[in-house]
Write a protein of this length. Structure first.
Length: 316
């Protein structure tokens, strides 16, 4: 156990003690002062979905700030208190927000609230080892980036809708109308991906971070990443060399990067491919949808992703 882990465990113990003491003096309300349902979501996509469905009838707090790496986030004391007070708690699962299941669920009172793991029941893709073999050991063996696929994101949003109706059935008509509108947007986006990428002339994309497996699986292409699922990975020189060779052989001159992360790896691919082939190389954005960015919300970023994928896959 390292120093940071020890510090975190001590902090959790302190928080537990504080909550126990506070419970003797304070009764948490089940709604906000204005009567709105209190929702806590782990990160931006789930917050966005909850707001779209709940509208004026809900108050949504987001734990992980916009455009922050989600895998290694650690909650604050205020976050844990908000989770304790919530009516509905929403998280991704599939090891993305693993700290929630490992550190938060054991210390909050689950009574009088609904906890939604939005990847439950979804067809998750297994991650691969360096030699391409699948892993099967536990949930950490699966790719957590489900919300990047509009097809799977719709299923995640539906679980949120069901939770809101379950907790507050008196608002079923209000939630249902808003859910139908959101579902239609997902379905239209999914159909746009299918139709526009059906004309593609290339089958592979090259990305800085391998977070687009669900898009690739749904819409029929292959991703090759400088780094894998973990953003902490340090790529080797041989990895760069192999990718540059593949791109040159495929005559692919587009590299994708998410603007949340540094673009050094994408820039390295661009420079090496240009040096090898003399061809101009573009770096295009593929958003992770971790927060509003470039004036675009979740759906705006999805639509921009489709436009850039159409360029990278040479879809006419």
């Amino acid at each position: 156990m390292n120093k940071s882990q020890k510090f975190f465990l001590i902090s959790i113990a302190f928080i537990i003690l504080t909550i126990i003491i506070a419970s003797f003096f304070y009764t948490y309300p089940t709604t906000t002062d204005d009567g709105k349902l209190k929702i806590v979501a782990s990160f931006y996509p789930l917050t966005f979905f909850a707001q779209q469905i709940g509208g004026e009838e809900v108050s949504v707090k987001q734990i992980i700030p916009n455009n922050i790496e989600a895998h290694n986030w650690q909650p604050t004391f205020a976050d844990i208190l908000a989770l304790e007070e919530a009516d509905v708690i929403i998280y991704n699962g599939a090891s993305l927000d693993h700290w929630f299941e490992e550190d938060i669920l054991p210390i909050i009172d689950p009574t009088s609230k609904i906890i939604v793991k939005t990847t439950d029941g979804l067809q998750l893709l297994e991650t691969e080892t360096e030699n391409g073999e699948s892993t099967h050991e536990n949930e950490e063996s699966f790719d957590p980036h489900t919300w990047i696929s509009p097809y799977l994101a719709k299923q995640q949003a539906e679980k949120i809708y069901q939770a809101l109706v379950q907790f507050n059935p008196s608002q079923v008509d209000y939630y249902s109308i808003r859910w139908q509108n959101l579902r239609t947007r997902f379905e239209e986006l999914d159909n746009s991906y299918i139709n526009e990428l059906s004309t593609k002339h290339k089958e592979e994309i090259f990305v800085a971070h391998s977070a687009f497996a669900y898009l690739a699986d749904r819409y029929g292409f292959i991703q090759h990443g400088v780094i894998g699922i973990s953003a902490d990975e340090q790529p080797s020189a041989s990895k760069y060399a192999n990718l540059v060779t593949m791109m040159a052989e495929d005559e692919t001159y587009v590299v994708f990067v998410d603007p949340v992360y540094p673009n050094e790896s994408a820039q390295t691919l661009k420079n090496e491919l240009n040096r090898l082939t003399g061809h101009d190389v573009m770096i295009l954005k593929l958003y992770f949808m971790l927060g509003d960015m470039d004036g675009l919300d979740y759906f705006g970023q999805q639509e921009k992703n489709l436009k850039n994928l159409s360029i990278g896959l040479d879809a006419k």
